[in-house]
Write a protein that binds this ligand. Structure first.
Ligand code: SAM
Length: 250
């Protein structure tokens, strides 16, 4: 899904060298992409030590001595203090901040600002509309609501997505000029449906009410079967959009 977004970033970057790259909200997808670029060095930040361990063990062989995976929190003023990067990537970072530093979203881009020597790329998911216009869109909304309900019942925090115009306002008031922005429609496939419902399944052992957990398990299986049986799923469900922006320090 992100590949079209990363292709857009490559186009926006043009001939400018990648140099030192910061993946400010890392994961396997963004880090694998960064590792394929002609960088001088890269640093990847996560708020989750388990993710750091997984990324290190998966990518250790291809890491150069100057490449780093670091666990930290952008609320910590010491994190990467005094460092500077040619390119900073915030790939689905903003939406995830709710899970690691709730209420910090309006400070995020100002916090990253001293690290941005050249370009900041922000990738995000536009919040879903309240209603869909096709059975496939309804299915995506139903999955998202069930996923968030299971996360909350497990006592965890859900991600919170922000619209493109919020991000533009926040960048402009945080010392950036927005140079480029585009939205890309999302096409959901079976992998997304099963992946999101697996998130639900992983939360169920954490529910205190075991009868509720059993009912939810049956509901998750039924929803998965219903979604996979849709014709739209075979073609790919077009619903919602991602966005990518390029901003530079103003
Ligand atoms: C949804 S994931 C990003 C997806 C990732 N780019 C990929 O390709 O899979 C969000 C990442 O941002 C990190 N993150 C969220 N809030 C953070 C914070 N306040 N400080 C540091 N890292 C944070 C999470 O730990 C995670 O590594």
């Amino acid at each position: 899904m992100s590949d079209a977004l990363f292709d857009s970033i490559v186009r926006m970057q043009g001939d400018r060298p990648w140099g030192a790259v910061l993946d400010a909200g890392t994961g396997d997808h963004s880090l694998s992409w960064v590792m394929g670029l002609p960088t001088r060095r890269w640093t990847a930040i996560t708020g989750d030590p388990a993710r750091e361990r997984a990324l290190r063990s998966r990518h250790a062989a291809a890491m150069r001595p100057e490449d780093r995976v670091v666990t930290g929190n952008w609320t910590d003023p010491q994190l990467l203090a005094g460092e500077r990067y040619d390119v900073v990537l915030a790939d689905y970072l903003l939406g995830a901040v709710e899970g690691f530093a709730p209420y910090f979203q309006d400070r995020l881009f100002a916090r990253l600002r001293p690290l941005v020597g050249g370009d900041l790329y922000v990738v995000g998911l536009a919040p879903y509309p309240e209603r869909a216009e096709t059975p496939g869109g309804d299915a995506i909304l139903e999955i998202a609501r069930l996923r968030d309900a299971c996360i909350l019942l497990a006592g965890h925090r859900c991600y919170r997505e922000y619209p493109l115009d919020w991000v533009i306002r926040s960048l402009e008031s945080s010392g950036y000029r927005v140079e480029d922005a585009l939205s890309i429609p999302i096409v959901y496939r079976e992998r997304f449906i099963v992946g999101q419902l697996d998130v639900c399944r992983r939360k169920l052992p954490l529910l205190a009410d075991r009868a509720l957990a059993d009912r939810l398990a049956a509901h998750i299986d039924a929803l998965q079967a219903r979604c996979l049986a849709l014709d739209e799923t075979r073609r790919g469900i077009r619903f919602g959009e991602d966005y990518v922006l390029r901003a530079t320090p103003s």
